[in-house]
Design a protein around this ligand. Structure first.
Ligand code: GLU
Length: 331
């Protein structure tokens, strides 16, 4: 069963979500990374990008904020693209830990694998896998080029954020060495940790994140630049990872309410994917107790419910095309 919606319906829904939640006062900025504490809390923006490249934006959608944990998605995709999805499953895994994203306990409990590339342990492990092995500069170039291709424009590290994270990431340092202890790090541990810290410090806008999400929705082809960024068959793998762990230990609640694969970061960004249809992104710094942006969650949940985007719903959404669309098949 299919239901067709229009870009105008999407525009109205996004604008209403913005107005509804603009005054929401819940949550507070992440403070364990000093830079994040000082980002203006009132910033708020929402972008939807369709798989034909049309987009709708409202609010502060050009502001570049710290991508943080959302960066775990592109790096997971990069290593899947370099090694194949099975190798990543074998070396890192695809199971949620049910514990906080930076849990050391989770590594001790599941010592044979770091569970999923979308928590800190698995993401550091994924950074260690990025090719070419042993060459920090070339690995970093591969990561930043890949993220830029997904976003359809250049991204760069926020230096102050990188310094802020590097001088406070003691927990992540423990994770890197614990992974080494269990033979779950595939390059130098300090280098892998530094790559992870740098990728978390990338500045992105809501517009860029929505294009990244739309590229995932469009099976690896960026709908704005038409660059083929990753292998088309990886979309179902990355969206399944996002579905199981994208909101830390609140992932079940999110999925129950929205039915959307999505990933949040402590910088206040969230991106969500409706495969074959659109990518969505929202940004607002104040977070709930689990580390998810309060406003961004509410706005995206509102949009998902209003437009009927829930993937578990038997009625699937398509957006009325303005002109013939180049279709991409996920196989
Ligand atoms: N750089 C942050 C950390 O490693 C990312 C956390 C997040 O966004 O979940 O703690």
């Amino acid at each position: 069963m299919k239901r067709t919606i229009t870009i105008e319906e999407i525009r109205k829904t996004v604008e209403t979500a913005y107005v509804h939640f603009r005054e929401e006062t819940g949550g507070k900025n992440a403070d364990y990374i000093p830079y994040l504490k000082n980002v203006p809390s009132a910033l708020f923006g929402i972008t939807v990008c369709l798989t034909d490249g049309r987009s709708v934006s409202v609010g502060d959608t050009d502001y570049r904020f710290g991508i943080e944990s959302v960066s775990k998605v592109p790096t997971a995709l990069l290593v899947m693209n370099q090694y194949g999805a099975n190798k990543v499953l074998e070396r890192i895994g695809a199971d949620a830990t049910g514990l906080p994203f930076n849990s050391i306990m989770a590594i001790l409990l599941e010592n044979d694998h770091p569970s999923t590339p979308l928590v800190n342990a698995g993401a550091i492990s994924a950074c260690s896998m990025v090719r070419p092995t042993g060459d920090a500069d070339a690995k970093w170039k591969a990561i930043i080029r890949f993220v830029s291709s997904l976003c359809g424009s250049d991204v760069a590290v926020i230096d102050e954020l990188y310094r802020s994270e590097s001088t406070t990431n003691f927990n992540n340092r423990s994770i890197a060495w614990l992974l080494k202890n269990y033979n779950r790090i595939y390059d130098d541990p300090e280098m892998s940790l530094d790559l992870y810290t740098r990728q978390c410090s990338l500045g992105v806008s809501a517009k860029q994140l929505a294009i990244m999400a739309a590229t995932i929705a469009n099976c690896g082809t960026n709908p704005v630049t038409w660059e083929e960024v990753f292998n088309a068959n990886l979309t179902p793998h990355i969206t399944s990872l996002m579905s199981t762990v994208g909101f830390y230990e609140r992932t079940g609640d999110w999925l129950y309410n929205t039915g959307l694969p999505a990933k949040s970061g402590v910088g206040g960004g969230i991106m969500a994917v409706v495969p074959g249809v659109m990518g969505l992104a929202a940004f607002a710094p104040p977070l709930d107790g689990a580390g998810n942006s309060v406003k961004a969650q509410k706005a995206l949940e509102y949009i998902s419910v209003r437009l009927g985007l829930n993937l578990f719903n038997p009625v699937h959404i398509e957006v009325a095309a303005q002109e013939p669309v180049k279709e991409k098949v996920c196989q």
